[in-house]
Design a protein around this ligand. Structure first.
Ligand SMILES: Cc1cc2nc3c(=O)[nH]c(=O)nc-3n(C[C@H](O)[C@H](O)[C@H](O)COP(=O)(O)O)c2cc1C
Length: 336
């Protein structure tokens, strides 16, 4: 049976944080993707529980005043931790939003019994190690419908929904994305926030580095403009990206519980996509701008509440994109 080596002998902090399965799971969740790589969570480890707290000091007041994308990011970290526990041979017992008086306590995880990790657990864990946001153009043909169906099922097992856009719906997303990009570019608060999170001090361990960003223009559906195009450090890839697919992640209600579940669903989709050689780029500017979000709601014919748009594209595993930094265990995990 394959085994997982969670140890990293080069870091004492890691050794301290990683003792015990819950500590190792919180460590593994450091790699979870998040809005602008803010990593807006804190783990508190107790004797037999790990608490996941929203870290509102890392909230984005201009882009995400309601904390929708913050909570979704924390849901991804929660699913990453559960995935690591499964690969480490433990079942996870998770209580979500256990205390209405403490809404920032998003989840409490305990280990249940031991179990023998199956190949899917190991594959998901391995996908966590190699997943990165790849913003470059698709390097392959269209993603087969059956594969899109598998990705949708991975997400829907966690209580959120995925609508893959039909060709005739893509122009509506193009309009929403352009509108959102134009509005955010004209808003000083948003510009300031984007500048803050794309120009981090050395060693901060967070934010979006210029070398991971492609120019926003030249795409069918405009990407989020993080930086002036001239400063984007990653070559966008050949072609116009016309074989990419687009999807909307959506929920039944527009509540923190639904946003947390959507994050877990997105994590499951991302890990399944990584395993299948499909790169997923979240497009959140269409959620951040109210009118663009309404356009997406219309595209769902009232079926639910959009929480994120996704661009899915075949990627070339032999030339992975540069990686983004992460905070240290000392910054994100405390022992009680
Ligand atoms: C909720 C959420 C929203 C995001 N929105 C965008 C976006 O609009 N455009 C984009 O290029 N990347 C977006 N991302 C990707 C993050 O910027 C990326 O995950 C983060 O910088 C860490 O990089 P990594 O995924 O390579 O580890 C988003 C990620 C999450 C979880």
């Amino acid at each position: 049976m394959a085994t997982i080596d969670f140890s990293d002998p080069t870091s004492l902090a890691r050794d301290r944080a990683a003792s015990g399965p819950l500590g190792r799971a919180a460590m593994a969740a450091l790699g979870a993707p998040s809005i602008l790589n803010t990593q807006p969570w804190q783990w508190r480890l107790h004797h037999d529980t790990a608490e996941l707290w929203a870290d509102r000091t890392r909230r984005l007041p201009a882009l995400d005043p309601d904390g929708r994308l913050l909570t979704l990011s924390c849901g991804i970290a929660l699913h990453h931790a559960a995935t690591a526990l499964a690969a480490d041979g433990h079942t996870a017992e998770i209580t979500r939003l256990p205390d209405p008086a403490r809404p920032d306590l998003l989840a409490v995880a305990r280990t249940g019994g031991r179990h023998r990790p199956d190949p899917a657990d190991i594959r998901a864990y391995q996908s966590m190690q190699v997943r990165h946001t790849d913003r470059r153009a698709s390097t392959g043909g269209p993603i087969p419908a059956a594969q899109l169906g598998t990705l949708r099922a991975a997400a829907e097992a966690h209580g959120a929904h995925v609508h893959v856009l039909r060709d005739e719906q893509v122009p509506e997303l193009i309009v929403a994305a352009q509108h959102a990009a134009d509005l955010e570019a004209a808003d000083p608060g948003t510009r300031e926030e984007l500048a803050l999170w794309t120009h981090r001090p050395p060693g901060a361990g967070d934010g979006v580095p210029a070398e991971t960003v492609v120019p926003a223009s030249g795409r069918r559906v405009s990407a989020r403009p993080f930086l002036p195009d001239a400063d984007a450090g990653l070559a966008p890839g050949a072609g116009t990206d016309k074989t990419a697919s687009y999807a909307i992640l959506f929920t039944d209600t527009d509540t923190p519980a639904a946003w947390l579940a959507a994050g877990e669903a997105l994590s499951a989709l991302l890990l399944a996509a990584t395993g299948a050689g499909v790169g997923v780029t979240p497009l959140s500017h269409v959620i951040e701008v109210g009118h663009a979000r309404q356009l997406l709601t219309g595209m769902l014919c009232g079926l639910g509440h959009p929480v994120l748009a996704l661009r899915l594209a075949i990627t070339d595993p032999t030339t992975p994109p540069p990686t983004s930094p992460r905070r240290t265990p000392d910054d994100t995990i405390t022992r009680r």
